[in-house]
Write a protein that binds this ligand. Structure first.
Ligand code: SAH
Ligand code: SF4
Ligand code: F3S
Length: 486
């Protein structure tokens, strides 16, 4: 993924566009009504927008990329940081102009902000007709018809079971090569800074067979890479015994009946050896050696792990309720390097300026980065979120300027490390899955290597979806540059 620097740190290309979110593409199949979807936040949200589009396609909606021709505008929102919510409010103001011209236009808010604010959103943002939380999308047809009848409609019910397993997503912004598959929903961790457990509800895993079927369908339709998504994929757990519902009960099921994350990975890897498998996010407290050994056994499971550390200091980690220490985290890094080697890509998320963080504790994050040698990181300034444990227990007492200074220090450190890590890849041949043209020129293609690094090379006769061996001979902090070899 290309990375850019912004005021909130190094973020993904997708997040860079977040002033306007990820917009649905035109799909005209002759249906009567037009749906415009704009998505913010994490990959799970983008994946949910594809489920929503699938549900509404059955109700006679085609998608459009032009909000001015839409009958229904849906914004799938994120609450993770204050800024994310502000962006959505700015967009609602923008759509207000459209609604003034066409009062029959319906505007709905989906996702985490809908769940967090519920019907309060209707009072705060007069333009909104529809508020739907992440577990209530099946109710959309009914809710939209309530709006058509002249009412406002809200459903923010959180479920312990909903996984949308039977709904086949309409791929909205696909390159036709890589796709995301949600394998679980919700989160049972209670990191003190984080709003996700409140907006997404309890953790639940999706039926493994439906995941494998989705992967197989994608492969048969020309896709060559799937990323299995969850807030904490290592705690994926499913039992075929219907008596055991909910995570606590599954523990009681027979060992043979349980599918854990390592087994699921193996099942998806077995769909086809030409289908690459990635996954995100791994939690340092839950990732097991069994997962690491499964990764070595299958060439098509990519050697890349996103293992967010958040802070390099044990006192801060404890306050964050991450349930591991600096040393515990270091042990996981050691296990990855021992089992999968130096080549395995590792990335992280980090928060600077958490409540009461001292200069010395911040330095611990910097020294941990030196140890872990991340290929890249997503880096953030702490943003206090209403209702979280940290908001209730601790004071958000680090001044903005200090947060910015610390953020700049970790960004600078990460850039040095990224460049050094990329230099290690020079003069080596990497197997690349071609995803499309490079961002800068249509004479070049781009794809990623197993370790998730973007590689750019001359197009020649290669095509999207092909595997190409590329000799890397140059690099920047974010990209490897090379030429195809036989
Ligand atoms: N489930 C993933 C993270 C999901 S949120 C995990 O446990 O790692 C993505 C990232 O946003 C987090 O890893 C964290 O670094 C950041 N984040 C979450 N809440 C935040 C807050 N209140 N302020 C700043 N960054 C936050
Ligand atoms: Fe948030 Fe922690 Fe759950 Fe990640 S694991 S979603 S940071 S509560
Ligand atoms: Fe944001 Fe919700 Fe994802 S808060 S990061 S969209 S789970």
């Amino acid at each position: 993924m290309e990375k850019v620097i912004s005021d909130i740190g190094i973020i993904s290309e997708k997040e860079k566009n977040s002033e306007t979110g990820l917009i649905s593409k035109e799909n005209n199949s002759g249906k009567k009504k037009k749906l415009y979807v704009e998505s913010y936040g994490c990959q799970m949200n983008f994946s949910d927008s594809e489920i929503v589009t699938s549900i509404l396609a059955k109700e006679g909606y085609d998608t459009t990329s032009d909000s001015t021709e839409a009958d229904l505008i849906l914004i799938n929102t994120c609450s993770i940081r204050e800024r994310a919510e502000q962006t959505v409010r700015n967009r609602l103001n923008h759509f207000n102009g459209l609604k003034k011209k066409r009062p029959e236009l319906t505007v709905g808010v989906l996702g985490c902000m809908a769940e967090r604010l519920k019907s309060k959103l209707l009072e705060e943002e007069k333009i909104v007709d529809l508020v739907v939380g992440p577990d209530a999308y099946r109710d959309l047809p009914n809710l939209v018809s309530q709006v058509d009848d002249g009412h406002k409609a809200v459903n923010t019910f959180l479920s312990r079971e909903e996984t949308y397993a039977d709904i086949s997503p309409v791929r909205l912004n696909s390159n036709g090569v890589t796709a995301f598959i949600s394998i679980m929903r919700g989160c049972d961790n209670m990191c003190s800074f984080c709003v996700v457990p409140f907006t997404r509800g309890r953790e639940r895993s999706r039926d493994p067979q439906s995941i494998v079927n989705e992967a197989r369908d994608l492969f048969e339709n020309g896709y060559r890479e799937v990323t299995l998504l969850g807030q904490n994929v290592d705690s994926y757990k499913w039992s075929s015994n219907k008596e055991f519902k909910g995570k606590a009960q599954i523990e009681k099921a027979n060992e043979q009946e349980i599918v854990n994350f390592a087994r699921l990975l193996e099942m998806v890897a077995n769909v086809h050896q030409d289908l690459r498998v990635r996954f995100s996010t791994s939690h340092p407290k839950d990732i097991t050696d069994e997962v690491l050994y499964t990764m070595i056994r299958h060439e098509n499971i990519c050697k890349y792990i996103h293992l967010p550390v958040q802070s390099g200091n044990t006192r801060i980690l404890e306050m964050m309720n991450r349930t591991y220490t600096r040393n515990g985290y270091i042990n996981k890094i050691d296990a990855i390097r021992d089992i999968l080697g130096e080549e395995c890509g590792i990335s992280s998320d980090m928060i600077v300026g958490f409540c009461s963080e001292t200069e010395k504790e911040h330095k611990d994050t910097l020294s941990l980065m030196d140890y872990a040698q991340y290929d890249f990181s997503y880096m953030f300034m702490y943003s206090e979120r209403p209702g979280t444990l940290a908001e209730k227990k601790y004071e958000n007492d680090i001044p903005e300027e200090i947060k910015k200074k610390r953020l700049n220090e970790i960004i600078e450190k990460q850039q040095e490390i990224s460049l050094a890590r990329n230099k290690r890849d020079l003069k080596k041949v990497h197997k690349i899955l071609v995803e499309g043209f490079s961002k800068r020129s249509d004479k070049h293609l781009q794809g990623r290597n197993s370790a998730n690094k973007v590689v750019v090379f001359p197009k020649a006769a290669f095509k999207k979806g092909q595997y190409v061996n590329v000799m890397v001979n140059d690099c920047t902090t974010a990209t490897l540059i090379g030429e195809a070899v036989n």
